[in-house]
Write a protein that binds this ligand. Sequence first.
Ligand code: MEV
Length: 307
Amino acid sequence: MKASAPGKVILFGEHAVVYGRPALAVPVMQVHADADVAATTRSGVWIEAPDIGLRAELHSLPPDHPLGALIRNLCSTLGIDPFPNLEIKITSSIPVASGLGSGAAVSVALSRALSATLNRPLSDDQVNTFAYEIEKLHHGTPSGIDNTVITYARPVFFIKGRPIQIVSVGRPFTILIADTGIAAPTRESVRDVRRMWGADQARWDAVFDEMGSIARTALESMQSGQWEALGDLMNRNHALLQELTVSSPELDRLVESARGSGAVGAKLSGGGRGGNMIALVSPDTAAAVARRLREAGAKSTIITQVA
Ligand code: MEV
């Protein structure tokens, strides 16, 4: 059985969402992770993930390996014992450690393909729960926003521990995503932010409150179709992320180039320090802004519509 899951970008509220503030994220269908699971006569559970150079039997993986942990959790929850003989192939067009949710997308695609092959297809809620458990291995203290937006593949307004709110977008709008090409594991920026927060909670709680209030205002703008208003909100959110020290010279350069070449607003997206930034663009300027960003050093760009 095969299954696929999209990438994602966070529009507003990254990092603050780990501390209970709201955030907004949307799926990115142009990139995806794919899992293909099939029964085999060869003994064992064989996992092949060429993008990360992995070819291994399940039992040779360490207990905290995300792929191994997902397969073990899923089989044990479904009461599958002993493990059947399986060939599992995972491929992904989502760059790793770039803020586009590569880890969560692999977890979602694999949960779906594996459970379907075992004749026990999971509901979206179950897939989301499995993927969240694996996010803890990837990130340490994830908010759960990545696995949620990727599982439901719809725009979400997310508050940790609360029921998922799917956002209905009043008027479609266009987002340009540009990759600095710098791999930056979310685990590290989340860990550094936690240290800073621990050292001065009052200061950073105030920053998170402001990010949360930007996300709430952005939700209203998205729902009422006032997408142009999102530009200024992105710029303000980026300034707060800079204060939080999760931007980088490369991200700032792309954000400045986007603003200087016709984008309505721009910010980094995801864990930061590298990875991707996003710019809000009108459909007719998208291609020109993308070209400018590549000239300014972006390794790749994606134009996506939020609808
Ligand atoms: C990662 O896509 C977003 C962060 O807020 C981490 C998280 O929510 O788990 C940085």
